[in-house]
Design a protein. Structure first.
Length: 257
């Protein structure tokens, strides 16, 4: 049973074109909202990708937890010194980056629990000073991590490869196993790991697939999408449950202070 609370859980949105006229919308997948409703607890709050208009300080004052979502778009190369990419090859969403990068830095400074998923993991690394590979599938010795072009959702979001967890790491302790089958829907991946992050898992080709923070607060990033199967996959469920517990534990600490 989900433990409800009045805590606000921020969910990052992307700018996406919708409808026959291609109007810009701010959107996040329903799977993240359901994960907050059904496992995390609290109130899901969608954070628009409104760039320079975002009031990051007020968001940090109001939020109790932050989920950085996955997306088809890439973190813009300008934020980590990468070469520019053709838009048709690597769509970017710098308006989202202008919101999420300072937001995640502020959340970590305040000890706010942060769960970073896929693009969110890449944002986390860039926000803390790391860099990215733009197309893992172009690198020698790497497997293709990109989204399977399959209209059938169970095939597209199903398990694609295994990741090996760092022995004794936070993620291994959380899920209770030394390896996991995961889905894979990304082009970008961590190149230089940011200071303040620890590797928690790697793919069979060496790609970093999960990280945690070196500080005292809850900080977990995974390259796969646990929101797709949190209702039936034990490890995915435990990831969201642990995030929810961190939010409630922080609430109790604040109340006791």
């Amino acid at each position: 049973m989900t433990i409800r609370s009045s805590r606000l859980i921020g969910i990052s949105c992307c700018r996406k074109l919708f409808g026959v006229f291609g109007m810009i919308n701010h959107a996040a997948s329903d799977t993240y909202v359901r994960a907050v409703d059904e496992v995390v607890g609290g109130i899901p709050l969608l954070i628009p990708a409104n760039g320079a208009h975002a009031d990051v300080a007020t968001l940090l004052d109001r939020l109790d937890g932050l989920i950085l979502t996955g997306s088809r778009s890439n973190v813009a190369a300008v934020f980590y010194g990468g070469p520019p990419q053709p838009p048709e090859d690597a769509p970017e969403d710098p308006e989202r980056d202008h919101v999420t990068l300072p937001l995640v830095r502020g959340a970590i400074e305040r000890g706010m629990p942060v769960l970073a998923i896929c693009r969110g993991l890449q944002e986390l690394n860039v926000a803390l000073g790391g860099t990215l590979h733009q197309r893992l599938q172009d690198l020698p010795g790497r497997i293709d991590h990109s989204t399977p072009m399959q209209p059938h959702a169970p095939v597209r979001t199903g398990k694609a490869h295994r990741v090996i967890l760092v022995p004794g790491g936070a993620l291994e302790r959380l899920v209770g196993t030394d390896s996991l089958p995961v889905n894979s829907l990304h082009n970008q991946g961590i190149d230089r790991l940011a200071s303040g992050l620890l590797v928690e898992a790697r793919a069979i080709d060496g790609t970093i697939e999960a990280v945690s923070g070196t500080g005292a607060g809850y900080l977990l990033g995974v390259q796969w999408h646990p929101e797709y199967d949190f209702d039936k996959d034990v490890a995915s469920h435990r990831i969201f449950k642990s995030f929810g517990e961190a939010v409630r534990n922080l609430e109790r600490k604040v109340a006791a202070a």
